[in-house]
Design a protein around this ligand. Structure first.
Ligand SMILES: *Cc1c(COP(=O)(O)O)cnc(C)c1O
Length: 400
């Protein structure tokens, strides 16, 4: 019989095998607020190009002031789930405002987008139904789908012919309701899902369409409403999930936005909503301010777009091989995982914080540095980062 000590030994072995495979993740410690330039534990100041802080709102003075105000007026936390005593006027206001912003009927808040996705599929679909999911969808979508009893179909990433084949297969399997679900933006490549075409295919098959807007809400599209706006299908998506933890302030919290009856059923049955604490008042108050800022004008998303274009052009001029695209996620392709790590290491020495991604997060031989530009980056910061990239690229023989 195995002992308790055997269990701990087995956990240590698992950790060692992660290390042996070169896949052990360490956490760098930051000692300043999130911003265009941050301080690290060794007292260095570095340009930060790896936060999801797309609009620079994580430390925006008006957002901080709104958080302080809500903290003073409504308290630190509610010590309750929503349906007992965890709902304040602010929560209801935020749900209304998010619905207006996203072009939907109603919205339900969750502790995170991971929870929103985790509590979605099981609640809405049963064994007679089918979910058709992009192969590269986020882990939280995959987990959420696993929890449901619906039949599962997976189409190859961004492959609309295969989407059609999988919808045919779902019909052949006798599925009652069909839900196609995709990331609006895929975070490793910055690929923007072709929602106009996907919507048309869904209509042909009588399928619902759901999207995860974590890397889009707040800045994609002319008014920053998201991928549906960018692709010309605003108001035509059945279910939108998203996060408050990226562009919309960067603290934490998530949501599902949809038709009123869908949201009503989620409030009755969705486990991460029923059995997990309400979003803290300071976050809710601050997010209301974020929506005020984004609805008042498009200056932040415009600045982000300009910064992303500037940085992309600069990296290209320096001879780097980039995945083409139109999103502030800029994948700098290095291909080899050791060289990707060397490049990120050298860049850190030169004052630029970026992270290398390699297998299994991306396919074998597709190692890269994922740059994420934000509206908060000044020209001076972007130029300093471009100079560092140019130098490190040459030193390591990645560029000529
Ligand atoms: C970040 C992310 C999530 C998780 O968001 P949290 O609110 O941090 O849980 C879910 N889906 C996608 C596509 C994401 O990028």
């Amino acid at each position: 019989m195995a002992t308790i000590e055997d269990f701990y030994g087995s956990v240590r072995n698992e950790l060692q095998s992660i290390k042996d495979a070169g896949l052990f993740k360490t956490e760098r410690v930051i000692t300043s607020p999130q911003s265009g330039r941050i301080s690290t534990e060794d007292g260095k100041q570095v340009v930060n190009l790896c936060a999801n802080n797309y609009l620079g709102l994580s430390s925006h003075p008006e957002v901080l002031a709104a958080a302080h105000e809500a903290l003073s007026a409504r308290g630190f936390g509610l010590s309750s789930v929503r349906f007992i005593c965890g709902t304040q006027d602010l929560h209801k206001q935020l749900e209304r405002r998010l619905s207006q912003f996203l072009g939907t009927e109603d919205t339900i808040l969750y502790g995170s987008a991971f929870d929103a996705n985790g509590g979605l599929f099981e609640t809405l679909l049963g064994a007679d139904d089918a979910i058709i999911s992009d192969a590269l969808n986020h882990a939280s979508i995959i987990d959420g789908i696993r929890l449901s009893k619906a039949k599962r179909f997976r189409y190859q990433h961004d492959d609309l012919d295969d989407l059609r084949r999988q919808l045919e297969a779902a019909d052949a399997a006798g599925a009652r309701f069909k839900l196609v679900f995709t990331d609006g933006v895929f975070s490793m490549d910055g690929t923007i899902a072709r929602l106009d075409q996907i919507r048309a295919i869904c209509d042909e098959f009588g399928a619902l369409l759901g999207i995860d807007e974590c890397h889009a809400s707040g800045f994609l599209g002319a008014r920053g409403r998201g991928t549906h706006e960018y692709r010309g299908v605003f108001g035509k998506i059945d279910i939108i999930t998203g996060t408050l933890g990226k562009a919309l302030g960067g603290a934490s919290g998530g949501f599902t936005s949809a038709r009123a009856e869908v949201v009503a059923l989620l409030r009755q049955r969705s486990c991460p909503y029923l059995f997990s604490n309400t979003v803290a008042p300071a976050i809710v108050g601050a997010t209301l301010k974020v929506l005020d800022l984004l609805e008042a004008d498009t200056s932040l998303r415009d600045q982000l777009e300009a910064n992303a274009q500037y940085f992309r052009a600069g990296l290209e001029a320096a001879g780097f091989d980039l995945k083409p695209g139109n999103h502030p996620i800029i994948p700098v392709m290095v291909y080899d995982s050791v060289r990707a790590q060397q490049l990120s290491q050298r860049l850190l020495e030169l004052g630029v914080y970026v992270v290398g991604f390699f297998y299994p997060v991306v396919p074998q031989g597709q190692a890269r540095i994922r740059v994420q530009v934000g509206a908060q980056h000044t020209r001076e910061q972007l130029d300093a980062a471009l100079a560092a990239f140019a130098q490190a690229g040459k030193e390591l023989g990645i560029t000529q």
